[in-house]
Design a protein around this ligand. Structure first.
Ligand SMILES: Nc1nc2c(ncn2[C@@H]2O[C@H](COP(=O)(O)OP(=O)(O)OP(=O)(O)O)[C@@H](O)[C@H]2O)c(=O)[nH]1
Length: 390
């Protein structure tokens, strides 16, 4: 039994959590319970038993208060804090890899907080480099029955595919309300999608002429999407009735095979390339450091015998010109602007920093950073120490 990971991503309200709940109970009924992870720090109730829940280690509301952040900033910061522990999380899942067939992961409702944040990439990458990993992109089928909305959603899915470089299944959810047949037709028969654009009243008004700027834009973008559709699997499910979940599991099996055959080789190649670049970068920064420390040429030459090249032409590169400030943009003066709807005086509303809670979070941040820094730069630090000793 090899464990594979399914990461559920989708627009807010597409039904990720309900889908996770149904998938969990479906797999349990088949006597193959999944390993479940919740990565949504802001969710109030998780309606399924999670093996790992981000809310156990990160208190979303505290993050909001202590760092004076809005809801989305707090989700990103919570994910940042969590991603510093990702090694431990992967370790926990790895220990269970012989007992489970699937590890299913729920992500925050605010899709961009996960997909476009550094921590989202770190978390996805960590899973994808350890286990075969598949993205389940959840679509609210009834809400995507207009060709314009449908295409916007597909463009988003396309950007996720190219960002994560992982096999993807488009899951048309809520088929108890609207069947997914129209979407499948649009994805496989370009003519029928064009006909839908022509008839779409949102684009063309009541006359349905199909001659507007928008419809020609949608037309050309849909051509581009044809290539994207060819790389996907699509299934229709109802998280309410449980319809289509066997098909979904078959699609996961197919995509895991695809991952092993194509994606893994491609990922390994990219990782190797990255590793080599990183090695190069470290070597250059070590040499730069030697230069900064003002070590003599003789010492440098001595180092050559150790296999370390040194290049005196290397300079420390900075985006800032000499004499320029540190790039921090100063806050504009308020210039008499009267703020409306403020909640001054009410601590609960202003989100003032809770002095008691801050040190704890700060400490955790510092510890997490220290341990990350330790692993990431220990090689460089050792090299430096050895060089200085010499
Ligand atoms: N009819 C129907 N409704 C569904 C289905 N799946 C989810 N819903 C409803 O869709 C709404 C959103 O579902 P959630 O599971 O909370 O969606 P989500 O994507 O996790 O939401 P966020 O995490 O807040 O973005 C809820 O009211 C669900 O009851 C389904 O298969 N059929």
């Amino acid at each position: 039994m090899t464990l594979s990971t399914v990461i559920c991503i989708g627009m807010a309200g597409s039904g990720k959590t309900t889908f996770m709940q149904r998938l969990n109970s479906h797999l349990r009924a088949k006597k193959t319970p999944p390993y479940v992870i919740n990565l949504d720090p802001a969710v109030l109730n998780v309606p399924y038993g999670a093996n790992i829940d981000i809310r156990d280690s990160i208190k979303y509301k505290k993050v909001m208060e202590n760092y004076q952040l809005g809801p989305n900033g707090a989700i990103v910061t919570s994910l940042n804090l969590f991603s510093t522990k990702i090694d431990q999380v992967i370790g926990l899942v790895e220990k269970k890899k012989d007992d489970y067939e699937h590890c299913i992961i729920d992500t925050p409702g605010q899709i961009e907080c996960f997909v476009w944040s550094a921590s989202g990439s770190i978390i996805t990458e960590s899973f994808a480099s350890t286990f075969p990993t598949v993205i389940a992109y959840i679509v609210d089928t009834p809400r995507n029955s207009s060709p314009t909305t449908f295409m916007s959603n597909m463009l988003y899915a396309c950007s996720i595919l190219y960002k994560t470089k992982l096999p993807m299944i488009i899951v048309f959810n809520k088929t108890d309300v609207k069947k997914e047949d129209f979407a499948k037709e649009w994805m496989t028969d370009f003519e029928s999608f064009q006909a839908a654009i022509r008839d779409d009243q949102e684009l063309n008004g009541d006359l349905g002429m199909g001659s507007g700027y928008m419809s020609s834009l949608v037309n050309s973008m849909s051509l581009m999407l044809e290539e994207f559709y060819s790389q996907l699997d699509m299934v229709g499910v109802s998280s309410y009735t449980g319809d289509g979940f066997d098909n979904f599991l078959d699609a996961v099996d197919d995509k895991v095979k695809e991952y092993e055959e194509f994606y893994k080789a491609e990922r390994d190649r990219i990782l190797k390339e990255k590793e080599e670049k990183e090695k190069d970068r470290k070597e250059k920064s070590l040499n730069g450091l030697m230069k900064d420390l003002g070590l003599s040429d003789a010492q440098k030459k001595h180092n050559h015998t150790d296999g370390h090249e040194s290049d005196s032409s290397i300079e420390v590169i900075s985006d800032l010109e000499e004499g320029e400030d540190d790039g921090i943009v100063a806050r504009d003066e308020d210039e008499g602007v009267e703020r409306e709807y403020t909640f001054a005086g009410d601590e609960r509303m202003t989100g003032e920093v809770n002095e008691d809670a801050t040190p704890d979070l700060q400490k955790r941040y510092a510890e997490a950073l220290a341990s990350t820094a330790k692993t990431a730069s220990s090689q460089t630090a050792e090299n430096i120490a050895r060089y200085i000793r010499e």
